[in-house]
Design a protein around this ligand. Structure first.
Ligand code: 4NP
Length: 171
């Protein structure tokens, strides 16, 4: 049976901390699961504060500790994203508000806009805390949260879309 192609967009405010980390982790998990020909992902910010910048050095350093290199350059959410992506996942409630108030947002896009943390074990708090103004422990906490929840989200996609690895998973 032909497999669907799924495009996932992670969205935060600046696109330099949480969403590029989510993208980096999820790309790694997808590759590990042998699903990189089926699932693609990207990230974007609701603001224009950091367009063109690399991820925050503190987030890149955290990623490096776990063997990940973040190469994403910040970009702003755009109208075309609402058509191009199947899942648009906000990092927090404020991001969700901004996404659903974007000029390109239409009511028919509602089913694809949700929260990454909808896939966490406990969905009482849907926010990935913003580490930008805090200390180093916030970046570690965000990494752990995104790794756990990214894995749950991948499992959700595999089950929902009955995905089969296209290539042997890399061990
Ligand atoms: P992010 O974090 O939304 O996770 O990328 C932030 C980055 C920058 C700012 C706020 C949050 N800022 O105000 O510049």
């Amino acid at each position: 049976m032909p497999q669907p192609k799924l495009n996932v967009l992670f969205v935060c405010l600046g696109n330099i901390c949480r969403s590029p980390m989510a993208e980096g982790i999820f790309t790694h998990l997808v590759k590990e699961a042998g699903l990189h020909n089926v699932i693609t992902c990207d990230s974007a910010g609701t603001s224009d504060y950091h367009i063109g910048e690399q991820a925050d050095p503190r987030m890149r350093q955290t990623a490096r500790r776990y063997g990940l290199t973040l190469t994403h350059r910040a970009r702003q959410l755009r109208t075309a994203d609402f058509g191009a992506f199947d899942y648009i996942l906000a990092m927090d409630e404020s991001n969700w508000n901004d996404i659903t108030r974007h000029p390109g947002y239409r009511p028919e896009h509602a089913p694809k806009v949700s929260f990454l943390r909808m896939h966490d074990d406990d969905t009482r708090d849907l926010n990935v805390p913003d580490p930008y103004f805090g200390g180093p422990e916030g970046f570690e906490q965000v990494y752990q949260l995104l790794h756990r929840t990214g894995g749950r989200f991948l499992q959700f996609l595999v089950e929902k879309h009955r995905l089969q690895p296209v290539q042997k998973p890399s061990s």
